[in-house]
Design a protein around this ligand. Structure first.
Ligand code: NAD
Length: 311
């Protein structure tokens, strides 16, 4: 895999892309944000960490400027931009018959949408514990450590699996091949489907939310719906373990001082990924005749807030 593209090079895409580039691979960032692309090409990508600021020289292009094909494409747009990105890459010949297309986006159902455009056997799914933030066009803020777990979406292992694992680990991204990536994706999606909308609707940090003595009465019904819906799709989730994971995020020493990303998107006037979290649970629930009133309501409340805040 000699030619790598990051399609969607915002905060996370820039983090992953810069790490792989610094490990000596050929990497191109592809993004629709013109000011960001221009800044990276003019000044390099400026990376600020807790201790250091440095520049990574890495080529950046708009999707409409793609003229070559890639062996490995990592999709890190926001979920709602991903299909148009893949379609554009496909139309421009960026995807050949052996290209591995991997996404680390949060949310559910990405493989089902992607396989309408590219063969299922070329799609890889990942969950990541790395985080990243944007400071401005061409500038990212990187804190903490993380990991990546990934698997081909149809569960098969092929020559690309080990090649991807090597690229990620050469880049220090702490990756491993999963034998049940859906379990991890659904677990993370459960955390996100609870804390993202609740903290956004309440305009609270995770710590402020967790300080209320009746949080369990709010959280448990949401988890129960997700567990029931997951069951209909062959994913077995442990409601008690998920509740513990959510509660482990409350203290100030863990994630308590943060607002979840949905809060940041909403109050900065951007659409959220709610349709790929609670909204996707509701959709799967409708398909399986499982009622999901809590997830339905959270989706509606976030859409109401989007009407108010998205410019
Ligand atoms: P992001 O908002 O930084 O970038 C997503 C897209 O929005 C990019 O194409 C970017 O160029 C564009 N964009 C961002 N700011 C813009 C601006 N001011 N003007 C115009 N365009 C702008 O998103 P992200 O945080 O990198 O997330 C990408 C995916 O990764 C999402 O599915 C997210 O849920 C997931 N994810 C993010 C993190 C994180 O810590 N950021 C962690 C894990 C997973």
């Amino acid at each position: 895999m000699t030619n790598i593209a990051i399609a969607g090079a915002g905060a996370m895409g820039s983090r992953i892309g810069s790490y792989i580039k610094q490990a000596g691979y050929s990497v191109t960032l592809i993004d629709t944000w013109e000011d960001h692309v221009r800044a990276i090409n003019t000044n390099g990508l400026e990376v600020q960490t807790e201790t250091d600021t440095y520049t990574v020289n890495i080529p950046a292009i708009l999707p409409t400027e793609v003229t070559e094909s890639f062996d490995f494409i990592i999709i890190l747009t926001k979920a709602m931009q991903s299909e148009s990105m893949i379609q554009e890459l496909y139309n421009r010949g960026a995807i050949h018959q052996d290209t591995a297309i991997l996404t680390m986006m949060n949310g559910l159902g990405h493989d089902e949408r992607f396989k309408k455009i590219v063969p299922h056997s070329q799609i890889f799914l990942a969950v990541t514990m790395w985080t990243a933030g944007m400071r401005g066009p061409g500038q990212i803020l990187l804190e903490g450590q993380g990991s990546i777990e990934f698997q081909r979406a149809d569960g098969q292992v092929d020559h690309r699996t080990e090649a991807i694992n090597k690229i990620f680990n050469d880049a220090g991204l702490n990756a491993k091949v999963s034998n049940n990536v859906f379990q991890s994706i659904w677990s993370k999606a459960t955390l996100n489907s609870v804390l993202n909308p609740l903290c956004s609707i309440l305009n609270k940090t995770i710590y402020e939310f967790g300080s209320y003595e009746h949080t369990r009465a709010m959280v448990q019904p949401i988890i129960e719906e997700i567990v029931a819906v997951g069951q209909t799709r062959g994913v077995t989730l442990d409601a008690e373990a998920l509740l513990k994971k959510i509660e482990a995020a409350y203290p100030k020493e863990t994630q308590g001082l943060h607002y979840p990303s949905m809060h940041q998107d909403l109050y900065h006037g951007r659409y959220t990924e709610v349709d790929y979290l609670n909204g996707q649970i509701s959709q799967y629930g409708r398909e399986a005749n499982i009622p999901t009133p809590n997830n339905d309501m959270l989706t509606h409340l976030i859409h109401q807030l989007e009407m108010k805040y998205v410019k």
